[in-house]
Write a protein that binds this ligand. Structure first.
Ligand code: ADP
Ligand code: MG
Ligand code: MG
Length: 204
């Protein structure tokens, strides 16, 4: 794998397309177990990311990731902005100086991103948060099978669906206690879209 600046730009362009298309869906998910703003938060953040992506020059993948991180942290008010922002900031730091990014470094970046989300949100696997999608995806990459038949995308989809069965113990959804069961976690749905976009970019 050779992941270059143009791939990173392509990745976040496709992420933004998916988020804009699914803005209402994400907000609907957040309506049931949150405050109805996840689609709005994500759409605002990634639109801003993409607006700036086209106007700047990047030397390496880490610079693109850093730009994404800083934009999400500064432009998205909800929990998801700082959390996704931290993920891409840690990812950026992990691949700094490596260009293009190879498979092992990409995997390391994902690992660091996951650790960053866990630390920032003080959450762990099984609490009905975006971690429930990030974590199994990192496992697949570590098993070196990430790109075989785009296995990671199937894993991400199942993991997102699986959040339905979990009772939330972190974030706003935790206020809903047992009532949070039966609904997909909004942040897990947007995390799935991020990986769905990655699969498309790598294929293309
Ligand atoms: P807010 O909850 O502030 O309105 P959003 O609606 O944009 O923010 O994002 C909610 C999503 O953020 C949740 O669906 C969940 O995936 C994620 N999330 C919330 N709290 C945490 C946490 N402590 N750790 C990890 N992810 C979290
Ligand atoms: Mg919300
Ligand atoms: Mg909110």
């Amino acid at each position: 794998m050779e992941f270059r600046v143009e791939d990173a730009i392509h990745w976040f362009t496709v992420v933004n397309d998916k988020i804009q298309e699914n803005k209402e869906n994400l907000t609907t998910l957040d309506q049931v177990i949150g405050d109805s703003d996840h689609g709005i938060n994500m759409a605002r953040g990634f639109q801003e990311v993409v607006n700036k992506l086209s106007t700047q020059e990047y030397e390496e993948v880490a610079d693109v990731l850093n730009h994404v991180a800083m934009t999400l942290i500064s432009k998205v008010g909800g929990a998801s902005g700082p959390l996704f922002g931290t993920a891409f900031l840690k990812f950026s730091q992990a691949v700094k100086g490596i260009n293009p990014v190879d498979y092992d470094s990409f995997t390391k970046g994902l690992e660091e991103a996951l650790q960053g989300v866990k630390q920032r949100g003080k959450a762990k696997l099984g609490e009905k948060t975006m971690i429930d999608v990030w974590s199994p995806v990192v496992d697949v990459f570590q098993s070196e099978k990430g790109f075989e038949d785009n296995l990671f995308i199937e894993v991400a989809r199942e993991a997102m669906e699986n959040t339905k069965h979990i009772m939330a113990t972190k974030g706003r959804a935790a206020y809903f206690k047992e009532k949070s069961i039966g609904h997909i976690d909004p942040g897990s749905a947007s995390t799935y879209m991020i990986f769905e976009a990655l699969a498309e970019v790598i294929k293309g």
